[in-house]
Design a protein around this ligand. Sequence first.
Ligand SMILES: [Zn+2]
Length: 209
Amino acid sequence: MSLLDLIFPPRCGGCGAYGAPWCVACAGTLRPPSATTLAGIPLVAASRFDGPLQQAIHTYKYRPRPQLASVLAPPLGRAVVTAGLLMPALTFVPLHPRRQRERGFNQAQRLAAELASALGIPLVSGLTRVRATPAQVGLSQAERRANLAGAFRWSGPQPPGDHLGLVDDVCTTGATLTSAAEAVAEAGGSIGAFLVLAVAQTLPAVAVT
Ligand SMILES: [Zn+2]
């Protein structure tokens, strides 16, 4: 514990308790969903999108507390190892530049950086949002898909490569992930797995057990 921690003890991003940025009790509430796929691509998540994790993701993005990435990424890393997925590199869902300026960071990029470091593989940048998309909240799956069609493009200095892991914080309907994967495919690469902290219960592809 550093001197700074004694003066400003960390609070849990899930329940607000003092002592740790992600407490043991909250860590115990994670409920990994069963293995599933989205558009034929494996989808791996640390948990369902509810309870303390939902609160912690909200705190991470909107308070914001970017440093929570270091405690949110490990459960996802364990889910990747459990799933037995091997990926040559990771990439991430981009924010529109304006939103990234407002937030000060890209939550998916920060998570992906932690995850890549833990898995010992490179993180490659290249996906960009070519147009701002209206907020997705409240839209149906079909509306989200239409909203996101052509929203992404690969503009990295090199082609994306094959079987990349694509990282985002939350998968609600899968429209963002599949649209981003299409942009990678259009650039001659492929996505080998979608990696997210949490999946919403509303995701049709996810069998809720
Ligand atoms: Zn907690």
